[in-house]
Design a protein around this ligand. Structure first.
Ligand code: NI
Length: 196
């Protein structure tokens, strides 16, 4: 069990395609996942892909805290899930844009279009198969993490780079907007939902 260093944008491991895991139930994969869980817990994030800890294998872990699950969907919280060799299939053409952040791009965020509904398949640590239909935030987290396995970071999915910037600056701008609004005795603007 160990907290691993997180590779940041620019590291070659984040640009390459990660390899399929030949034996998901191998002890070294269990050790990798243990370390990834420690690293994720330490970071306060909601998801982590093996390339982010410089291991070019198709392994992701994620969770959906109940308070982050979108209210309009049936995606209640999801406990910590380990997904090996995942495959994603969009269930329809609907795309939704929300803010995302990434442990490999510290302090930054940006609005990213993602499929609203997906089906994902993969294998658990014990080698058994998973197949889940997900929507909203749950679907977004899985798409974000699985992109890491193909060398894709969220800015590469953005349609408008003007919405890419430092979290602190966005927070300041939102607070200033809210102050202005309350000065005019109008309801303050609500903060955008922030994704992983
Ligand atoms: Ni990420």
């Amino acid at each position: 069990m160990a907290i691993l260093e997180i590779a940041r944008m620019g590291h070659p491991v984040l640009r390459r395609r990660a390899e399929e895991v030949a034996d998901p139930s191998a002890p070294e994969i269990a050790r990798l996942v243990d370390d990834m869980i420690d690293t994720l817990e330490d970071s306060g994030g909601v998801g982590l892909a093996a390339p982010q800890v410089a291991v070019p294998l198709r392994v992701v872990i994620f969770k959906v805290p109940a308070e982050r699950a979108s209210a309009e969907d049936d995606d209640a919280g999801v406990p910590l899930t380990v997904l090996i060799n995942p495959v994603i299939e969009p269930l329809d053409d609907e795309m939704v844009e929300q803010f995302e952040a990434c442990l490999s791009l510290p302090d930054l965020m940006g609005r990213v279009p993602r499929h609203q509904r997906i089906r994902y398949r993969g294998v658990r640590l014990d080698g058994t198969a998973i197949m889940v239909e997900a929507s909203g935030f749950h679907a977004r987290v899985v798409q974000h993490e699985c992109d890491h396995l193909d060398g894709i970071l969220y800015p590469m999915r953005m349609s408008d780079l003007r919405t890419f910037g430092f979290v602190e600056e966005f927070r300041k701008a939102i607070a200033a907007q809210a102050d202005e609004a309350s000065a005019r005795q109008q309801p303050p603007c609500s903060e955008e939902d922030q994704a992983p």
